[in-house]
Design a protein around this ligand. Sequence first.
Ligand SMILES: Cc1cc2nc3c(=O)[nH]c(=O)nc-3n(C[C@H](O)[C@H](O)[C@H](O)COP(=O)(O)OP(=O)(O)OC[C@H]3O[C@@H](n4cnc5c(N)ncnc54)[C@H](O)[C@@H]3O)c2cc1C
Length: 432
Amino acid sequence: MTADGFNDGLDMARSWYAATAAASPRDPTLSEETSCDLVVVGAGCTGLAAALFAARSGRSVIVLEGGEVGWGASGRNGGQIIPGLRKGALELVQALGEERGRALFHLALEARQLVVDLVRELEIDCDLRLTGHLLGALKASQMRDFEAEVACLERVMHYRDARLLDQAEARAAVATPEFVGGLVDGQGGHLHPLNYTLGLARACRAAGVRIFTHSPATGLETLGARGAVVATPGGRVRAKHAILAGDALLQGLSPRVNRRIMPVANYIVATEPLKDPKSVIAGDMAVSDSRFVVDYFRLTRDGRLLFGGGERYTPRPPADIGAFVRPYLERSFPQLAGIPFDHAWGGMVSITLSRLPHIGRDGPVLFAHGYSGQGVVLSSLAGRLLAEALDGNAAGLEQFQHVEPPAFPGGRMFSGPLHVLGMAWYALRDRL
Ligand SMILES: Cc1cc2nc3c(=O)[nH]c(=O)nc-3n(C[C@H](O)[C@H](O)[C@H](O)COP(=O)(O)OP(=O)(O)OC[C@H]3O[C@@H](n4cnc5c(N)ncnc54)[C@H](O)[C@@H]3O)c2cc1C
């Protein structure tokens, strides 16, 4: 697989995912003026799911991808299936009240089942493991928060798949001296995100979607009821509707959309295969901790520890990604000190101020992004909701429109630096 600089940054080519990617055909580059019902910008899970569902309802669909299919966040993330939204149940209820909080939570829960169903229906070989997700507590006070969260999940959300672990149970599940307890969500798990994304692309092609790679959208013109035109260096697509699914890499295509997300770089390593993987994570769960800058980890099918940790709020990536992540991994697993890393890479996570995704529409242009670190399953759901909205069923889309995240303060020029200061402060609090 090759890339041309659009979405191959932060060493994606050296990732464990690129090394274990399923074979995939080479798609053409757009070099003509053409038209269709729907043009989608971005071949990650959001864009591909939208394209797939739109094609299934009879629309002609073109996907424009600036680089390679799946080489954005969708194909390089931790692969952790974390049910729900980045905002927990308690926070949702505080922000929206019980009824609306519950409705949004249940809509988000559909995401996990949608991915499970698509993997089975489309026969996507992506190491899907429904082994649960463990959120580890680092302090006793966090266990009190977890207790309140589980109580809210049960009483308000009527969700019974979450349970608490005491210290002994948490440490039996994960061999880290850091955890004083944990919260397990039995509906969590993990998958190989690049192979899942490539599987969606395969299904799109089979459904008649035309995918163009190395075709970055450089201009978007909206024509009101007459649709939209998207330009690339080699051509133009005129369509009744356009979907923006570029997430953190969308850049300046739509100022309204761009102002609501903040790209943050995050880094991952894959160790050499462990001698005894089960001695590290006994039940093969996906695991994350309760830091503001989350450490997250899981095993791979070939017995490696895939560990994500550390964010950078400056545009410059670390010179050596493995060396940057190592202290975080060794803090969690001192027994693995010095273990060789076979792979190290990074990616851009897009977060919103409210940590709720930004999903909505603006005339003929629809968009979904900003899953704030929980897009592995939410992105496919968002794509489906956008496609449903085109069919006149906008109920799901509207639920998210009601909770549109605010724009980052300070306008385009200052929102970055101001937010970076805020994020750095929280990260410092973690360390203290
Ligand atoms: C390092 C990392 C770890 C993560 N870990 C997890 C995790 O464990 N669990 C979890 O739930 N979430 C995780 N996430 C978040 C999750 O990966 C994302 O929320 C999700 O993949 C977003 O999918 P998407 O399709 O919206 O965006 P992407 O997958 O980023 O797809 C967008 C695509 O649009 C293309 N594009 C952008 N602009 C243009 C343009 N102008 N023209 C043409 N193409 C364009 C890009 O090249 C890209 O291919 C992680 C993210 C990162 C970066």
